[in-house]
Design a protein around this ligand. Structure first.
Ligand code: 5GP
Length: 206
């Protein structure tokens, strides 16, 4: 069996609760490695450099682009966000299932370079609930909330590019579904080709 980890790309509208789902997934299971992205956005209260994001200036971020240190990057509501390459590659090789929590342009770029990656979209039960969650978490100005909702409207048009859709109306259920889904990727036939060849040969002798 191929011991390479699964690369799982998880996207969802700002406020869909995907951050909570990801945290619960990491707490519950130990086979996952969550990639920490670089961003030019300012830290929110309580966010820590190196844990939540690598907070960088635009100059530093552009240097990372030039040095080809990022697997993908995109602009989102006025800021750069990108995935550092080394962490992802080394963890996949070590057999960890690597999680990228990124927006849709980045997700589609990852699919181009990693055709085996699985793209999962996490949606809230409805649009009104999304607005309620975004306003309720109290981390953004009203203008930023509106910009994020407009961006969510655009992203909704492209949701069907994803392989799977999970509805997050109950965090525990969503975490279990996400885990089962990612684990099922290990069972894909293409990960078992050498075993399949062995069985084929054995069956000739039966
Ligand atoms: P936030 O500012 O709410 O933390 O993130 C804004 C958006 O950027 C979210 O949709 C998040 O998934 C996305 N994002 C975070 N890191 C990355 C990244 O490395 N690359 C891309 N393309 N998007 C990212």
């Amino acid at each position: 069996m191929d011991n390479q980890g699964v690369l799982a790309v998880i996207s969802g509208f700002s406020g869909s609760g995907k951050g909570t789902v990801m945290r619960a997934l990491l707490e519950k299971y130990d086979n996952y490695a969550l990639s920490v992205s670089a961003t030019t956005r300012s830290p929110r209260e309580g966010e820590i450099d190196g844990r939540d994001y690598f907070f960088r200036t635009r100059e530093e971020f552009e240097r990372m682009i030039d040095e080809k240190e990022l697997l993908e990057y995109a602009q989102y509501v006025g800021n750069y966000y990108g995935t550092p390459k080394d962490y992802v590659m080394s963890n996949l090789q070590a057999g960890k299932d690597v999680l990228l929590e990124i927006e849709i342009q980045g997700a589609l770029k990852i699919r181009e370079s990693f055709p085996d990656a699985v793209l999962i979209f996490i949606a809230p039960p409805g649009a009104a609930e999304l607005r309620r969650r975004l306003v309720g978490r109290n981390t953004e100005s009203p203008e930023t909330i509106e910009a994020r909702l407009r961006r969510a409207e655009e992203e909704a048009q492209q949701m069907d590019e994803y392989d799977y859709l999970l509805i997050n109306d109950n965090v525990d259920c969503c975490v279990k579904e996400l885990h089962n889904l990612i684990q099922s990727m290990h069972m894909r036939m293409k990960n078992h080709l050498s075993f399949a060849e062995k069985i084929k040969e054995e069956m000739k002798q039966i």
